[in-house]
Design a protein around this ligand. Structure first.
Ligand code: FO1
Length: 313
């Protein structure tokens, strides 16, 4: 079993690559829920939806979130009625939020609703939220604390960050679907090229996941989210600079420390290989830009080969 830890766009793309090379029974994608929030009366789970839509080939490539072929009649009408429109909900996307909100209101678990939605969207591989309990990322900035979507969307990631809190994490448990995997044989965990602070760290905020990785008997392979000193998408490099973490492939490797056993870095960062190797990590240098499914599959293959090398070592 390969378990992938995935956040937004980078996580979704590598999940597609892993799903292309692994049968459903050998891959579970665990997704960040720290971005989730209640908005206009709806339970919104952005990273679950980004992973789900991307695996179903329904994602909107221009926006990097929401669905393709979208229409915006709901938003136009909401605007006309003076409703909140800073967070845009497309008409097709809305159906998922309405179904999820109704199911949660009936007391269903987020992991069960996610399984139903992925099945209805024709996704064969398992997509599991990091917890069925609410965890909310709060961004600590020099202007004070901001709920994640206020920071990310309303403020467009502009305030300088000084830290993050994951509200609810200390009492959040892993979903049963993940607990059963954590209790059985795992071949490797893949840390996808997602934002270390707001996509991966919230998952490590769930004690069962953190402890499972700390006591692991399998390799953890990470793909660097920083290529050439920048994030492929999103505020990761800006956050690193604001937090004093070197915004480079080696800076990320140092930041993750003992959580990761081996790194896949981009060919643009080949000069970082010796530095990361000096940390005691195996390193694979390849093209990590997932601009097409075939490239995501090739990267997934490189990750799995590196995992086998580490297991044999
Ligand atoms: N990101 C934006 O920058 N603007 C939006 O209006 C927006 C709406 C939105 C609706 C549904 C959804 O699933 C995601 C949405 N996102 C939007 C992205 C969202 O902020 C995610 O949390 C980020 O992609 C980070 O993962």
């Amino acid at each position: 079993m390969i378990v992938a830890l995935a956040g937004g766009v980078g996580g979704a793309r590598l999940a597609v690559g892993l799903a292309a090379v692994l049968p459903p029974e050998r891959l579970t994608v665990v997704v960040n829920t720290g971005d989730d929030f209640e908005h206009v009366g709806l339970a919104i789970c952005p990273d679950l939806d980004t992973v789900m839509y991307t695996l179903a080939r329904l994602n909107n490539p221009e926006l990097g979130w929401g669905r393709a072929d979208e229409t915006w009649s709901f938003m136009e009408t909401l605007q006309a009625l003076g409703g909140e429109t800073w967070f845009r909900l497309g008409d097709r996307d809305l159906a998922v939020h309405v179904m999820r909100t109704a199911a949660l209101a009936r007391g269903e678990r987020l992991s069960d609703i996610t399984r139903t939605l992925t099945q209805r969207l024709g996704i064969a591989h398992a997509v599991v939220p990091m917890s069925d309990d609410p965890v909310r990322t709060v961004v600590v900035t020099h202007e004070g604390e901001l709920p994640f979507q206020d920071y990310f969307v309303r403020r467009r990631c502009e305030p300088a960050v000084s830290g993050f809190r994951f509200e609810g994490a200390s009492s959040a448990g892993a979903p049963d679907a993940l607990r059963s995997i954590m209790g059985s044989r795992v071949d490797a965990v893949v840390v996808c090229p997602s934002n270390p602070f707001v996509s991966i760290a919230p998952m490590l905020g769930v004690a069962e996941i953190r402890d499972w990785l700390a006591r692991r008997t399998f390799p953890v392979i990470a793909v660097s989210p920083i290529v050439g000193g920048e994030a492929v998408k999103g505020p990761a490099a800006k956050m690193m600079r604001e937090l004093g973490v070197d915004a480079s492939a080696s800076g990320v490797a140092r930041y993750y420390g003992s959580l990761v056993d081996a790194w896949v870095i981009d060919q643009r960062d080949a000069e970082a290989e010796p530095e990361i190797a000096a940390l005691g990590k195996r390193v694979r240098v390849t093209d990590t830009l997932m601009t097409a499914t075939a490239k995501s599959a090739a990267l997934a293959t490189a990750v799995l080969e590196l995992a086998s090398e580490v297991r044999r070592a």
